[in-house]
Design a protein around this ligand. Structure first.
Ligand SMILES: Nc1ncnc2c1ncn2[C@@H]1O[C@H](COP(=O)(O)OP(=O)(O)OP(=O)(O)O)[C@@H](O)[C@H]1O
Length: 448
């Protein structure tokens, strides 16, 4: 899959307060912002990287914004549109810059909303891609934030978590961000010990009874892409030795073959088990454990991140409405409360099934709790644990709805604010409060 880049904005501003607020605001507007405090640093960045737009103060310490612009033009660079910020006293300089080819200028103090519109009007904005969509909880946001970096640099990643929490989803997202190659998944627990070696490394024709053709193993199939080894803890010890060798040497030898075939891939291992304990019990090789444990992502169970429950419920309602061609159903407040209280031992998989079942079996436009739970289940639902009090519940609903609206409006703050019936400023403040950010860093190209 191709990278979908966010528009990159180069900000040149020495004033820390102005700089910080512009960075915050433009990141929320869906830009990837590089902030430079002086013109020399900005020029170096502009020579290295392509930007959709440059926002620069005219007055800067050392080289001015004006001189930076002229020097870059003299270098005959294909420059992105320059938008200058100027003090009231230096409008004449800004006008001169316009004559020399700058795109626009604003005079301090300026209205931030209008400023954003100006930047957009330069045609520099392209819609942000869909976010990773791993959830709203801090734990899942941290994972989502780490993935682009891991996609660029990590060759081996371990993902742990209970069954159904979304480990494979995270692995697929990592693969998507890395771009290119195939995603090949194998459940090590589901393949018999005798067949696992041939499944992983392939076999030559005639290697064993039934091997009528040469077969490329999953390592070869995933060459240039991602190999996802699910339930790595189930792998028999003799295979662990061979796996370790393949990871270390980055070559595989097919069963019945002799040739060492080089493979280059990203290896993502997953397990619901505690590998350290397995290692202590002698059921998992310690050297393999350390080899695959370099980068470890723990995906928490849904009951430890209740903020995600309604967020996912809404996503699944939307997904099934589109899939079944039926109207989008809503959740009654009592249904939301029941969904929040239920402990979801099967995690996201169970939640998804519950929503799908309700969408098929229940014809109501708005689902009550009985669409998901039997009366006796409802009666025995535990009270909300931990901090899920009314305030937290309402906060989670608000955050979930704002995020949902932003996604629907492709992260266009103005349109999302209009849809929510609040001002842009109010929306911006709420986004800051809930820690909702556009997927800005998610798809940036690697820095050179
Ligand atoms: N971020 C997500 N957005 C939408 N659906 C998701 C997401 N994460 C997981 N799911 C859904 O939840 C279910 C379980 O996800 P997944 O198979 O990735 O979990 P897992 O932890 O790998 O499970 P197992 O350990 O049983 O293999 C799947 O149906 C998947 O479609």
């Amino acid at each position: 899959m191709k990278y979908e880049h966010l528009p990159a904005l180069c900000l040149v501003e020495d004033d820390p307060i102005m700089g910080e607020s512009l960075v915050d605001r433009f990141r929320l507007e869906g830009y990837a912002v590089d902030w430079h405090r002086d013109a020399r640093a900005a020029m170096a960045a502009l020579r290295r990287r392509s930007y959709a737009v440059v926002v620069s103060d005219v007055r800067l310490p050392g080289l001015s914004g004006e001189d930076m612009f002229r020097q870059l033009k003299e270098e005959a660079q294909a420059l992105p549109p320059f938008l200058f910020i100027t003090g009231f006293g230096s409008i004449d300089r800004a006008v001169r810059l316009l004559k020399e080819g700058a795109a626009d200028y604003v005079t301090k103090p300026f209205d931030l909303d209008e400023f954003v519109d100006k930047v957009r009007a330069l045609g520099a904005f392209t819609a942000a891609p869909a976010p990773a969509g791993l959830g709203l909880s801090p734990a899942m946001r941290r994972i989502a934030e780490a993935l682009p970096r891991l996609a660029r640099h990590a060759s081996t990643v371990l993902i742990t978590g209970e069954s159904g929490v979304g480990k494979e989803w995270v692995a697929r997202e990592l693969h998507r961000l890395a771009g290119g190659g195939a995603f090949v998944a194998v459940n090590c627990g589901a393949v018999s010990e005798s067949l696992l070696e041939a499944e992983l490394f392939g076999h030559e024709r005639g290697a064993f009874t039934g091997a009528v053709r040469t077969h490329r193993g999953v390592f070869e199939q995933a060459h240039g892409g991602t190999l996802f080894l699910d339930e790595i803890g189930e792998m028999p010890l003799p295979m662990q030795v061979k796996l370790l060798r393949a990871i270390q040497e980055r070559v595989v030898v097919r069963v019945g073959g002799e040739r060492a075939i080089p493979v280059s891939l990203r290896l993502v291992c997953a397990t619901h088990q505690d590998l350290k304990t397995l290692t202590e019990q002698g059921r998992f090789r310690e050297d393999l454990y350390y080899r695959i444990h370099v980068i470890h992502l723990r995906v928490p169970p849904l009951r430890e991140r209740r903020e995600d429950i309604l967020w996912f419920a809404e996503r699944f309602l939307e997904e099934f409405a589109a899939q079944h061609g039926t109207p989008r159903r809503r959740l009654a407040p009592e249904a939301e409360r029941a969904l929040l209280c239920y402990p979801w031992p099967g995690n996201l998989r169970e939640l998804r099934h519950a929503i799908e079942r309700a969408c098929i079996l229940c014809s109501d436009e708005t689902f009550g709790p009985e669409a998901f739970f039997e009366p006796d289940q409802l009666a025995s639902l535990p009270p909300p644990t931990g901090a899920v009090n009314l305030a937290r519940y309402l906060e989670a609903c608000e955050a979930s709805y704002i995020l949902h609206t932003l996604q629907r409006q492709q992260w266009q703050i103005g349109r999302a604010a209009q849809a929510l019936g609040i001002s842009r400023k109010n929306l911006w403040e709420k986004m800051v409060r809930h820690g909702i950010k556009p997927p800005q860093e998610a798809n940036l190209p690697p820095r050179r």
